[in-house]
Design a protein around this ligand. Structure first.
Ligand SMILES: Cc1cc2nc3c(=O)[nH]c(=O)nc-3n(C[C@H](O)[C@H](O)[C@H](O)COP(=O)(O)O)c2cc1C
Length: 366
């Protein structure tokens, strides 16, 4: 694994070995993929302003998230169908998270079940990503299973009344390989979803998503679970306020890896508006989308995120080496973050302030 020095090295290696169907599914963003590129570019437009000779004696990457200590402010975002990347899929990914003391978020649309993931890594801090389905019994049973299996929070995806248009998947007539299954639906809508042998496999899940949802539904969710709720997919300050007032404990600033709607802001651009909007509330703000280096993490923390999550980087690690590959990805980020906090002169991740970062335009002489 030592030959992979950057997350980009893992990405290049993964893209070279993944079958086209899976590669396109993992990489694609919505329509023209402008926002997909911006998720990365917007980080590059920010500059870190290091402080020199601050008297470094130690450093600290650990922080507290929803009451749990994590070893660094990086967690794993929910991504669907991880067994296309590696035969052990979600179970390898969660084991790497466990070994690294970071949060793993399991997708509803996973190829390993809630119970398999819990069994694979009983001591990992596990969160469960939920879609609210028209079938409230199905929704309720997923929630109950996650709670029973020891998951610590519910990540409610709020940006998906239906799935975005992903050109390559439409062209490929994307479907889950025959030997895999959407494990959380076994015995439920799975029979219909899993037996369909064309792109409608995903459209079928899409069909079951409750499009009539409003923020009022958070009350219903809170009536059936004691777990904290994180609203995932927020890109506006007013929505962040609605989420908190509805009872959410966390806001995940996310554009779904740019897979939902092209032309929306990159997540690092959207972050300051959201942090500002909820500054007087007791809520944690996180970010995902385009994070692939230690300096990206640092910039997000400086602009007010408590932690970041990574989606595709874990898929690249998983593809290259299963658990060892995800472990490598996390260690690359840990090392880069350590170097960033030390060289920037802010040795503790909880002490990074907004003034450590400036937009490139501040330096322009035009
Ligand atoms: C292949 C793939 C599948 C995804 N599946 C889900 C999902 O099932 N549920 C969800 O809420 N988000 C899903 N997402 C979005 C991720 O949770 C996350 O927001 C995104 O990947 C972050 O961007 P990054 O990949 O640049 O790190 C998916 C993203 C990818 C790339």
């Amino acid at each position: 694994m030592e030959k992979y020095i950057r997350v980009k090295d893992l990405e290049d290696a993964a893209l070279a070995i993944l079958p086209k169907n899976a590669r396109d599914y993992y990489t694609s963003g919505a329509t023209e993929e402008y926002t997909l590129a911006e998720n990365k570019r917007a980080f590059q437009r920010l500059r870190i302003r290091p402080k020199c000779l601050v008297g470094l004696t130690s450093y600290n990457l650990s922080t507290i998230v929803l009451g749990e200590k994590v070893s660094m402010p990086v967690g794993i975002s929910p991504t669907a169908m991880q067994r296309m990347a590696h035969p052990d899929g979600e179970t390898a990914n969660v084991r790497a998270a466990q070994a690294n003391g970071v949060i793993y978020t399991l997708s509803t649309i996973a190829t390993s079940s809630i119970e398999e993931v819990a069994e694979a890594a009983p001591n990992a801090i596990k969160w469960f990503q939920l879609y609210i389905f028209n079938d409230r019994d199905l929704t309720r049973s997923l929630l109950a299973r996650a709670e029973k299996a020891g998951f610590k929070a519910i990540v409610l995806t709020v940006d998906t009344p239906l799935f975005g248009l992903r050109t390559a998947d439409i062209r490929n007539k994307f479907t889950l390989p025959k030997h895999l299954k959407l494990a959380n639906f076994e015995g439920q809508i799975a029979t219909k979803v899993n037996s369909t042998n064309d792109f409608s496999a995903l459209n079928n899940v899409d069909h079951y998503l409750d499009k009539s949802l409003t923020w009022n539904e958070i009350k219903w969710l809170k009536s059936i679970t004691k777990l904290p709720i994180v609203a995932k997919g927020i890109l506006r300050g007013d929505d962040a306020v609605r989420a908190v007032e509805a009872g959410c404990d966390g806001i995940l600033v996310s554009n779904h890896g740019a897979r939902q709607l092209d032309g929306v802001p990159s997540t690092i651009e959207a972050l300051p508006e959201i942090v500002e909007a909820v500054k007087n509330y007791n809520v944690e703000v996180y970010l995902d989308g385009g994070v692939s280096t230690g300096t990206d993490i640092y910039k997000a923390l400086a602009l007010g995120a408590r932690m970041v999550f990574v989606g595709r980087p874990a898929l690249w690690g998983l593809t290259v080496g299963g658990e060892a590959g995800v472990d490598r990805m996390l260690n690359i980020l840990r090392k880069e973050l350590k170097h960033t906090v030390l060289i920037a002169g802010t040795p503790s991740v909880t002490d990074i302030t907004k003034e450590m970062v400036r937009h490139e335009s501040t330096y322009s002489r035009l």
